[in-house]
Design a protein around this ligand. Structure first.
Ligand SMILES: Cc1cc2nc3c(=O)[nH]c(=O)nc-3n(C[C@H](O)[C@H](O)[C@H](O)COP(=O)(O)OP(=O)(O)OC[C@H]3O[C@@H](n4cnc5c(N)ncnc54)[C@H](O)[C@@H]3O)c2cc1C
Length: 399
């Protein structure tokens, strides 16, 4: 099909329509653009607004972005961090060489979108419905326009509306799997924190805290806290009115290690479900990123999974699918059964359950695992003369 830029006409034709421009959809749009494929990204916001999502990339994730050819502008938008201080069981035990990068989600997405060569490939609108039209499916936008496409990439994240319209079943693997909390802090009395990045693992596992991490992000220190509280937990209620006291009560040794701090922003609290959708019988539509399955924020695998999805899809499958007369469910299931994708999905789920057990499981074996991690870091920290010496480790997901 010849390249037809969208116009204000009622019906727009494109080879590929991408619904949702988070990390999955925006990356897919850039990859397809770079392969010369006629693709149109639809998202309600031309400039991604503030949202509490992934806020740091580790080295592995940056290398994925490098391989996809979209790292340069992300490096420019991020705050590079060289190492991380680690506290376990109430003690500062190690300082690791651990290159990672702080950012706000919208900054990273807008950096990816800045790779668009032509704004005509982006449509600021919301997809209201998907209509079945013979061999083609049509998207209806909230402003009444329609888009016909040979292939629809559904990358609309956690929004269930289009999945439900398509009658795609969902398996809820772990309802309210984890609670993610995010906010900014600063050291009291205009002191400076001595670290660029700090991770505090709990003193006792019974308090539901997975870990607390503070890291530089532009001109602020951002904190992410992950744990397994019920929505009604008094800790969460008290957090909004007395944040510093709540954290110091939860982690009594925190203040001794990082000094007095104050919370300087709104506290975002997000419960996260772990689920898997089953779009394998759906013609013309392929699901990627969170629209396919969710991840555990504390395990930090969601963006890797989304990038793996679109890298595999856009480089390996979309160009050859477009040569076919129709793109039916059989063809699309090649992607869902791709070995590399299966491995990436399994890795993400395994880490979600690993972190939960590491935090909550009271059995001997998990207790031993917690102590092993403590002694490993303590040993390394002592050998390297913590806090001045450093021990390098290779791309750990959870240092
Ligand atoms: C609090 C939190 C912390 C996290 N921390 C980490 C972390 O540290 N590391 C990590 O790797 N992962 C983390 N994750 C997971 C990671 O952020 C997600 O897995 C990833 O952002 C998913 O990207 P996506 O593109 O699939 O979806 P999204 O980023 O949600 O993008 C979906 C897009 O679709 C658009 N959209 C929705 N409906 C429509 C529609 N009808 N029409 C058009 N557009 C639509 C939305 O506006 C949005 O722009 C975290 C998640 C959360 C919630």
């Amino acid at each position: 099909m010849p390249d037809q830029p969208p116009t204000n006409q009622h019906l727009i034709h494109t080879d590929v329509a991408i619904v949702g421009g988070g990390i999955a959809g925006s990356t897919a749009a850039v990859l397809l653009q770079n392969s010369g494929i006629n693709a149109l990204l639809i998202d309600p916001h031309e400039v991604m607004p503030k949202d509490f999502r992934c806020e740091k990339f580790n080295r592995d994730q940056m290398q994925m972005l490098e391989r996809l050819g979209i790292s340069e502008k992300i490096y420019d938008a991020c705050t590079p961090i060289k190492d991380v201080w680690i506290a376990r069981k109430g003690k500062l035990v190690n300082q690791l060489d651990y290159p990672h990068y702080g950012f706000s989600y919208e900054t990273a997405i807008n950096a990816i979108r800045s790779y668009f060569k032509t704004p005509k490939k982006f449509l600021a609108s919301k997809v209201k419905s998907i209509l079945v039209n013979g061999n083609e499916k049509k998207l209806v936008l909230s402003d009444g326009r329609e888009i016909s496409a040979k292939l629809i990439i559904l990358s609309n994240g956690l929004n269930p509306a289009l999945r439900k319209q398509l009658d795609i079943p969902q398996t809820m693997l772990s309802k309210h799997h984890e609670m993610a909390i995010g906010f900014d802090i600063e050291a009291h009395n205009q002191n400076e924190f001595k670290f660029e990045s700090f991770t505090f693992w709990p003193e006792k596992h019974s308090k539901n805290l997975a870990y607390f991490t503070a890291f530089k992000s532009k001109d602020t220190f951002r904190v992410n806290v992950f744990g397994y509280w019920e929505k009604s937990d008094p800790f969460l209620r008290k957090l909004q009115s007395e944040p510093e006291t709540s954290f110091n009560t939860l982690m009594p040794s925190l203040q001794n290690i990082i000094g007095d701090f104050k919370v300087t922003s709104r506290i975002h609290i997000r419960p996260v479900d772990l689920y898997q959708n089953h779009p394998e019988n759906c013609d013309n539509v392929v699901f990627v990123g969170d629209a396919y399955s969710t991840s555990c924020p504390g395990a930090g695998t969601g963006t890797s999974k989304a990038l793996a999805d679109v890298g595999i899809l856009c480089r390996k499958y979309v160009p050859k699918w477009l040569e076919q007369e129709t793109i039916d469910a059989n063809l699309i299931s090649q992607f869902y059964h791709d070995d590399e994708k299966l491995k990436s999905d399994a890795d993400s789920f395994n880490q979600a359950y690993f972190l939960k057990s590491l935090t909550l499981d009271k059995s001997l074996i998990w207790g031993a695992r917690r102590w092993m991690r403590f002694f490993y870091h303590l040993g390394k920290g002592v050998v390297s003369g913590m806090p001045n010496g450093k021990e390098g480790i290779k791309n750990p997901k959870l240092p």
